[in-house]
Design a protein around this ligand. Structure first.
Ligand SMILES: [Zn+2]
Length: 296
């Protein structure tokens, strides 16, 4: 493609972008009014797939990692490059306080941990609408494009429920980008910068969140006497064989650990059965997930 061709093509892209702008706004407002949480983006995916199909793309793949959609547009000119444009499609469990006439009143009653109000508080309605617009514009000039464009609509960017797989990792696991494999990928996210500003960065742009599971192992104790448990939460000193033998003579539980001592040992993995220096019956060990005794 020479410079004249490129200039002509850019002008055509501008003209087509202006022509589709109202439709992009309408898509965005529709999606804003009908948000769906991560891994529940069924209606959103249906809208996406329906429009990509109407554009006559070479392929429209659906059901990837749940509700992911990938459209493939092969240009009419020779070229080996494959450019992927990606948008995320899911909403957040946040009430919509924007007050516009296209505000969301959606509530997901079945979502794990819910019910939750649902809104596009992270702007993915805008991303989805813009990528639909880009697909519309580029499909209109396909005969002039050297190479291939992938339109990647990714669900569950905010993270799926803990018991479900989903998101970008799952899309890759399901070979969403294997054939054709992109030469480069452009993702985009709205931010509250002044209108007309665009920032970019190669590599990672935003932080991601992840889940951390913490198991707290301690001793169950009544809330009125926390001090009775505090010393017993410490790992016991290692006892020499002689002292262990001595202790054993006075505290049979050392040689024949009580069920509670045994379970504590297996839970903490580092303690021995001699954690009760006085030999008195000790409170059962407790994990954070056990019911507490404070209500007794
Ligand atoms: Zn986001």
């Amino acid at each position: 493609m020479d410079a004249t061709d490129a200039t002509t093509l850019y002008a055509e892209l501008d003209r087509r972008s202006a022509a589709v702008a109202e439709q992009v706004i309408a898509w965005r407002r529709h999606l804003h009014r009908h948000p769906e949480l991560s891994n529940r983006e069924g209606a959103t995916a249906e809208l996406i797939a329906g429009h990509l199909t109407s554009l006559g793309l070479d392929e429209v793949r659906t059901g990837i990692a749940g509700h992911g959609v990938v459209g493939v547009l092969r240009g009419g000119r020779p070229g080996g490059r494959v450019v992927a444009l990606r948008a995320d499609t899911d909403a957040l469990p946040v009430a919509d306080l924007c007050g516009t006439d296209f505000a969301s009143s959606a509530v997901d009653r079945d979502y794990p941990g819910g019910p939750f109000p649902v809104s596009h508080a992270c702007g993915h309605d805008g991303h989805t609408a813009m990528l639909l617009g880009a697909a519309t514009v580029l499909a209109g000039v396909r005969e002039q494009l050297p190479g291939t464009v992938l339109f990647v609509f990714q669900p569950a960017e905010e993270g799926p429920p803990v018991t479900e797989a989903g998101g970008a990792r799952q899309m890759l696991a399901e070979h969403a980008l294997d054939d054709p494999e992109p030469t480069m990928v452009f993702g985009m996210h709205l931010t509250p910068h002044p209108k007309g500003h665009v920032g970019y960065r190669a590599g990672n742009q935003y932080a991601a969140s992840c889940l951390v599971k913490i198991t707290v192992t301690g001793r169950q104790v009544h809330g009125s006497t926390p001090g009775r448990a505090s010393t017993r939460c410490r790992p016991p000193p290692r006892s020499s064989p002689a002292s262990a033998s001595s202790t054993a003579s006075s505290t049979p539980t050392t040689r024949s650990p009580s069920p509670s001592a045994t379970s504590r040992t297996s839970a903490a993995s580092t303690s021995s059965a001699s954690a009760s220096p006085s030999g008195a019956p000790s409170a059962a060990p407790s994990r954070a997930t056990w019911p507490t005794s404070s209500g007794a």
